[in-house]
Ligand binder design. Structure first.
Ligand SMILES: *[C@@H]1O[C@H](CO)[C@@H](O)[C@H](O)[C@H]1NC(C)=O
Ligand SMILES: *[C@@H]1O[C@H](CO)[C@@H](O)[C@H](O)[C@H]1NC(C)=O
Length: 557
């Protein structure tokens, strides 16, 4: 892979050739990459997750069944006061606003729904969009369609049932529609019995074994916040400046104290139900102040992450799902103690206990005491764990590795598509670059992530910045009926397509009216097109058309 740092000399060396072959040397950029190499265990995770669909792959009706996930009618009734706002309707709202539907066509990333504005802001959502956009600029991504779920845990609807291996997905498409692709006539693909594969591709940043979601980096924590992984990496010199020998021989940890439901389903090797690490460690620390200083924030003073490198050992515990801090702790140059958990992130398969980190809550809920004693009495070994953990993180969690992961995942997922994803048959296809421009300027989201680093590097020369918001035959005027002027909507949805607004130096701008339409779509809270019903109607019409033709042919005979 050509690293950005080698581009400078390359351009200088062959400046003449570049000038000759590309015209504007100032606009030269590396061609998009198609290949990259991951750590073998991280690559294996992709192949394992993607193999879930087996030979059946993902048919278009299966992919579109995600549309049934959100029922806008229930929401509307609730808004109009015709239904109580109970936990069910709360769930309904989440179903409409935690999934982000994505379609990639000819290297351009599009969004097929827009999250309601009151759900905008979390970097779990926006960080992934920014990182996916960067991946699409560095790599040539194949045509694919999936849903990114930005809640804390992969949705339980994508769980795999014990025994049958089916998923719990409640909206498998009917068998008639999924056999209408004409690919098999032996009945083996009947999806009423083949519920196993009838779940769409859902990407999530934390999962467990009994879940069919595809795991992706927690990009928001990696790149968006002031104390993101990327900004800690930028402070590597100062983090490493505290010598091992100067660090305090105490295991340090801080977190919000709460306990997640899945802890109670776990047992330590002694057969006991696992105690909640975040509360149990309060009492262990109090009993062993010379070894452990790991408290929840109601009991211990907070210490900024970048100052925790004064301790030799750092304690990591999972929260609602994987801890985004674990990734960051690995950069500190301290040995990281990690509590056992069933939740994992995209790279966990490559982590080796006692090599990259020190495991605890394995044999008993109190075994951290022995682990810290071991570390104190095996100082060179503990130091080697600290260094190996840091090396692992720098190699496999840094941005180029994350972009490679997304590119590899998308490439493998694309092999599962049994149809050609196309914006021509989706009611809404908002080019991602336009959504990022909107988010970068919107009050609620402008601080959610660092947009400039991708928009300034790639956005200005992205032709997708000037595409309409819909390329389908029937623009979804309904989304905007009461929300905007007809003229703005018509332009934005391509009814009277404005030719790409190309300024000086090949810079593409999104018309301000179009960004305004994106805002209104978010604020309208209903930009969740039912492409599944539209698809079924289209299929029925085609079938009727074919039957009509057959009928006429038979009459002629
Ligand atoms: C696909 O994208 C390339 C540039 O990346 C462009 O040259 C080509 O015309 C596009 N093809 C279609 C069918 O849009
Ligand atoms: C658990 O017990 C095994 C066997 O005694 C030991 O090898 C291992 O180091 C222990 N693990 C922890 C985390 O204490």
């Amino acid at each position: 892979m050509i690293q950005p740092s080698t581009i400078g000399p390359l351009v200088a060396l062959c400046g003449l050739t570049v000038l000759a072959s590309f015209g504007l040397a100032s606009d030269w950029r590396t061609p998009k990459l198609t290949e990259c190499t991951l750590h073998p265990q991280i690559e294996a995770r992709i192949l394992k997750d993607v193999s879930f669909w087996g030979d059946a792959g993902i048919a278009e009706d299966v992919a579109l069944s995600v549309c049934a996930f959100c029922d806008l009618d229930t929401q509307q009734q609730q808004q109009q006061g015709r239904q109580r706002d109970d936990s069910n309707t709360q769930q309904e709202k989440e179903n409409c606003n935690k999934p982000q539907r994505v379609l990639i066509q000819n290297g351009t990333v599009y969004l097929n729904n827009l999250v309601a504005s009151q759900y905008l802001g979390p970097f779990e959502h926006i960080g992934f969009l920014v990182e996916l956009y960067e991946a699409s600029q560095v790599y040539q991504l194949p045509d694919v369609e999936f849903t990114y779920w930005f809640g804390d845990n992969a949705p339980s609807y994508t769980m795999i049932k014990e025994g049958s291996g089916d998923t719990t997905w409640p909206w498998p498409p009917s068998s008639s529609s999924s056999s209408s692709d004409g690919s098999s006539s032996d009945g083996s693909s009947s999806s009423s019995s083949g519920k196993r594969q009838a779940v769409p591709a859902v990407l999530a940043w934390s999962k467990w074994d009994a879940n069919s979601a595809l795991v992706v980096p927690y990009s928001g924590a990696f790149r968006c916040s002031a104390d993101s992984w990327d900004s800690l990496e930028a402070q590597l010199e100062s983090l490493a400046a505290v010598d091992w020998g100067q660090r305090t021989e105490v295991a340090f940890g801080r977190w919000n104290g709460f306990c997640t439901h899945y802890i109670h389903w776990m047992k330590t090797a002694d057969g006991e139900v696992m105690k909640c690490p975040r509360t149990h460690l309060n009492s262990i620390s109090a009993a062993h102040p010379d070894l452990i200083d790991a408290y929840d924030l109601s009991k211990g003073k907070p210490v900024p992450l970048a100052h925790q490198n004064k301790y030799k050992y750092i304690v990591s515990t999972d929260g609602w799902s994987i801890s985004s801090k674990f990734d960051k702790y690995l950069l500190l140059g301290s040995a990281v103690l990690k509590a056992a958990s069933t939740r994992y992130g995209f790279y966990y398969d490559a982590l080796v206990p006692w090599t990259h980190h020190l495991p605890f809550m394995v044999n008993s809920s109190g075994d951290i005491v022995e682990v810290v004693r071991w570390a104190k009495s095996h100082d060179a070994a503990a130091r080697a764990v600290a260094e190996a953990g840091r090396r692992f993180a720098l190699r496999h969690l840094a941005r180029p590795a994350r972009l490679c992961y997304l590119a590899r995942l998308v490439r493998e997922l694309a092999r599962q598509m049994r149809y050609k994803p196309s914006c021509a048959s989706r009611q809404l296809c908002v080019p991602l670059v336009q959504e990022l421009r909107f988010l970068a300027g919107y009050e609620r989201t402008r601080k959610s992530c660092r947009y400039a680093e991708v928009l300034l590097r790639y956005g200005d020369q992205d032709p997708a910045a000037a595409l309409p918001l819909s390329q389908s035959a029937q623009p979804p005027a309904a989304f905007l009926a009461d929300a905007t002027s007809a003229a703005a909507a018509a332009t934005a949805f391509g009814a009277t397509p404005e030719p790409g607004v190309v300024g000086g130096g090949g810079v593409y701008a999104t018309p301000p009216r179009q960004l305004e339409v994106i805002r209104r779509l978010h604020e309208g809270g209903a930009a969740w097109p039912r492409d599944d019903t539209a698809w079924r109607q289209q299929q029925q019409q085609q079938q009727q058309g074919q039957q009509g033709q057959q009928g006429r042919r038979q009459q002629r005979r």
